[in-house]
Design a protein around this ligand. Structure first.
Ligand SMILES: [Zn+2]
Length: 176
């Protein structure tokens, strides 16, 4: 007697509670969930957008990735790209999936340049709250840039950071 993972299809996973022995085994209860729900983090707004629970204006969707319009755009065409599965930050994302995200970023950036007449774009990924990540589900911003758009994405040089640059490089290299 046990819950058994009996079927795994692209849209649904079925767990069956079976009793009996040999040919007399009966399924007494079936519990079905979507794979997306298994991977979903409770209360994660991007998981809910990925599962369709919360609507979004989508520009691309496949079984692993989603690109949709930011609801508080910094400029016309501000688009977000997410993995449907919940990963918090860049370093959590498996290599194959990250490759897909990168290629989709390129594809959408190219479409933005053609469709909207943007003269450039910023690709931004904030990782962890200290870096400005608001939703803890990994996402990439593509922000189209238009001359005179008034946006300032500016990180200023810190003279204190420069004094230890060689030592810092050595520390990083030890972990590569
Ligand atoms: Zn999530």
């Amino acid at each position: 007697m046990a819950w058994v993972l009996s079927e795994f299809k692209s849209r649904q996973v079925h767990f069956d509670f079976k009793i009996g022995i040999g040919k007399s085994v009966q399924i007494v209860r079936r519990f079905s969930v979507s794979p997306l729900h298994i991977q979903m983090e409770k209360n994660c707004i991007f998981c809910k957008i990925a599962s369709g629970e919360i609507p979004a204006t989508k520009v691309h969707e496949d079984d692993k990735l989603l690109a949709f319009m930011d609801i508080a755009p910094a400029n016309v065409g501000h688009t977000l790209i997410i993995p449907k599965k919940h990963h918090e930050i860049l370093t959590d994302i498996p290599d194959d999936l990250l490759k897909g995200i990168t290629l989709l970023t390129k594809k959408i950036a190219r479409a933005i340049l053609s469709a909207l007449g943007a003269e450039g774009f910023n690709v931004i990924m904030n990782n962890k709250e200290v870096a400005g990540q608001v939703v803890p589900h990994a996402h990439i911003h593509i922000i189209p840039r238009y001359r005179g758009d008034g946006q300032q994405l500016h990180i200023s040089p810190n003279p204190r950071a420069k004094t230890s640059v060689d030592e810092t490089a050595e520390k990083i290299k030890k972990f590569l």
